[in-house]
Design a protein around this ligand. Sequence first.
Ligand code: ISE
Length: 335
Amino acid sequence: EALGVAVIGTGRMGTDHVRRINDVVSGARVTAVVDIDAGRAKEVADGVSGCTPYTDPTAAMAASDVGAVLIASPGPAHEEALLAAIDRNLPVLCEKPLTPDAASALRVVRAEEKRGHRLVQVGFMRRYDTEYRELKALLDSGRLGRPLMLHNRHRNPGAPPYFTNAHLINDSVVHEMDVTRWLLGQEITAVTVMRPARSGNAPDGLDVPQLVLFETDGGALVDVEINVTPGFGYQVQAEAVCEHGTAGVGDARGMLVNTAGRWGGAILPGFVERFEEAFDREVQDWVDATRRGEVTGPSCWDGYAAAAVCEAGVLAQAGERRVEVELADRPELYR
Ligand code: ISE
């Protein structure tokens, strides 16, 4: 029998996941959609057969046709929904961020610990991207020796109007935090943020580009260029510098055209396009694992660790200085 999923939040990611579960993923169907805006919930539910609209996440979770929850509401609404799902022993796929700050993320970790088993997978979709997986496999193989540095570029075509400098850390660089922890298998111990002169092309309220540096407990140094350049397109790249060589992902994708004395190709327009396959694989893996009664993928601990690094990052950014990360001890459940 197909897994009945309640999708909470019908914004950009929520609606995309409803489409994905309906049209792309096998073994699941959307049986409930939740939005604080009743009209919006109904509009989305009307497009899916056998789907009920709700305004209250806990009401949806209580429905007999709901067996799992996908949280895609704004970050500040995550904690309540996560705790309600854990309380009902329902498996969850939670879009990043797990929660907006480390203290609330740790409360979710503690709730899951109390349950005694994992229920939550966090939506760090880069772990499902083919290229990032290849890089991870190569680093894990040891062929290039130890990774010593990781260079990252994270260039966005634009930003939502509410975006502030802190969002650059919490919403964007959070992916490099997770990728660093996952690729290197190390914790981030300190963050430094520096800024060159502000781009005249920067959207209002954003000081871009910025340079973010991570230090890790394995002695690696990681840099991230975070940028928002209207009209540029979306580009995410990572290059590991190891003892015996380097390996990079995210360069030119697709067709290369030579004509009229020039060569070139297209830059993808946004993260939905760049990571489409990763999102598909992420949700399919989640559905498959859930139906087997397992929980895999990035955990609450990964969500908490990223939140702790974000907190240090936002402080580092505000003061343009180095800030150490404070991390609780990793519970047995996540070892
Ligand atoms: C957005 O929220 C994402 O998660 C994207 O992956 C990221 O590239 C973008 O910068 C964020 O705003």
